[in-house]
Design a protein around this ligand. Structure first.
Ligand code: PMP
Length: 416
């Protein structure tokens, strides 16, 4: 069996050695509950405080603005449902239904959270369509703002096609907008971004971006699974949605995942280092090489999403007359791990909502392949993957051609 090649870093990343080493003592030696007053508890609390400081530092925030959660799914749910809960907790809002603006190609945890509050009759939602290049036009956001808009949620980097959204521009627009809303006595608009796929590669300073809420997850940045964070700007109107203890400034009840939090803090602290920045630049070159080879050597292939406004680790292709699931399984048998659509929705046979949103026909969306690189990816891996994909695409096309021929033959023979 040849060496396995992992090209699905947007689904998850391996835990970095340095991260694991910092986490290990908190499983077995320093196992205190951070809410306990004794020395075991204080040791755990100190580790959490340290991770919170590292995380706050990365985002240009204050430590008290960082809330640890179980991951980006929870952070996004807390952001959306917590803002809605806060709206209704104000007696004067009891009879005014708020409005949320988001996009059609968010991760399902944002889409479904928005749909839930809409179905429960708690909010009206506008879903903005991206342009054909997979980027949202700020003017479309501006046009969608209503007097009762209280929340805008736009992802920073799309998890399927890797396109980068104009978060800083939306932030600047909302700063102006909110100024005039104060004068008009309208509710302020809270700005949330799901930065899960951006943290590794893009500037996430919350003041540069002009965001009030930002979600992230450790397992996308060489940290452990099951831990994430929500940045909450001081003064943001948001309430907790899970009842229990007083952990995380009463915003997120439940015993702290101390090893996870330690791991998140370490993973975040490694991003701005020279080593990581150099790796990211090399990764982009390798990704460009991959795109060039694929488009040149595989007929009827296309790259989905902008080439420029794109995360350095992402390439998403469509191949005419090829079924993505078949391609994925054939690649897996050859030891190459990629994804069609997002990992969370692969297995479902409906075409990717992201690819449909940028104008692909369902049959082309079905024939898509997401390749995401990571810090362990080499040129040799890319070359091996391209060769395998070329062969498999050709073989699948032959099969689908044969099936079609058969179909026409049979329908001719049996016109009914
Ligand atoms: N948002 C985006 C953009 C993602 O890529 C993911 C992970 N696929 C999530 C949210 C969910 O993150 P988690 O696995 O930490 O719940």
């Amino acid at each position: 069996m040849p060496k396995k090649i992992y090209l699905d870093y947007a689904a998850t990343t391996p835990v970095a050695k340095e991260v694991l080493n910092e986490m290990l003592p908190y499983f077995s030696e320093r196992y205190g509950n951070a809410m306990s007053v004794h020395s075991f508890g204080q040791e755990a609390l100190q580790a959490i405080d340290n991770a919170r400081e590292r995380t706050a530092d990365f985002f240009g925030a204050s430590p008290s603005e960082i809330i640890f959660t179980s991951g980006a799914t929870e952070s996004n749910n807390l952001a959306i449902k917590g803002v809605i809960k806060s709206h209704y907790s104000n007696l004067k809002n009891k009879n005014t239904k708020p409005h949320i603006i988001t996009t059609v190609f968010e991760h399902h945890c944002v889409l479904n959270a928005c749909e839930t509050v809409e179905k429960d009759g708690l909010a009206e939602i506008t879903f903005i369509q991206p342009k054909k290049d997979g980027v949202i036009d700020v003017r479309d956001i501006k046009k969608a703002i209503r007097d009762n808009t209280i929340l805008i949620s736009v992802m920073y980097v799309n998890n399927e096609i890797g396109t980068v959204q104009p978060i800083e521009k939306i932030g600047a627009l909302l700063k102006k907008e909110n100024k005039s809303r104060v004068e008009k006595g309208l509710p302020l608009i809270i700005f949330h971004t799901d930065a899960t796929q951006a943290v590794n590669y893009f500037n996430c300073d919350v003041n540069n971006l002009g965001v009030d809420l930002l979600s992230m997850s450790a397992h996308k940045i060489y940290g452990p699974k099951g831990i994430g964070a929500l940045y909450i700007r001081k003064g943001t109107a948001i309430k907790h949605i899970q009842d229990g203890g007083d952990q995380e400034y009463k915003m997120r009840a439940g015993t702290h995942n101390v090893p996870g939090i330690v791991g998140l803090g370490k993973a975040v602290s490694m991003i701005k280092t020279e080593k990581t920045q150099k790796k990211n630049a090399e990764m982009m070159e390798l990704r460009n090489y991959l795109i060039q080879r694929m488009l040149k050597e595989i007929p009827k292939s296309r790259l989905n999403g902008s080439t420029i406004k794109r995360s350095p680790n992402n390439a998403n292709f469509s191949f005419k007359d090829v079924e993505g699931e078949g391609l994925l399984l054939s690649l897996d048998m050859e030891g190459i791990a990629c994804s069609t659509g997002s990992a969370c929705s692969s297995g479902a046979l409906s075409p990717s909502h992201v690819l449909l949103s940028i104008g692909l026909q369902p049959e082309d969306a079905h024939g898509s392949l997401r390749i995401t690189l990571g810090k362990n990816t080499t040129k040799k891996d890319i070359d091996a993957a391209v060769e395998k994909i070329k062969t498999i695409v050709e073989r699948l096309r032959k099969i689908s051609g044969k099936v079609l021929e058969e179909f026409y033959y049979q329908t001719k023979q049996n016109p009914a």
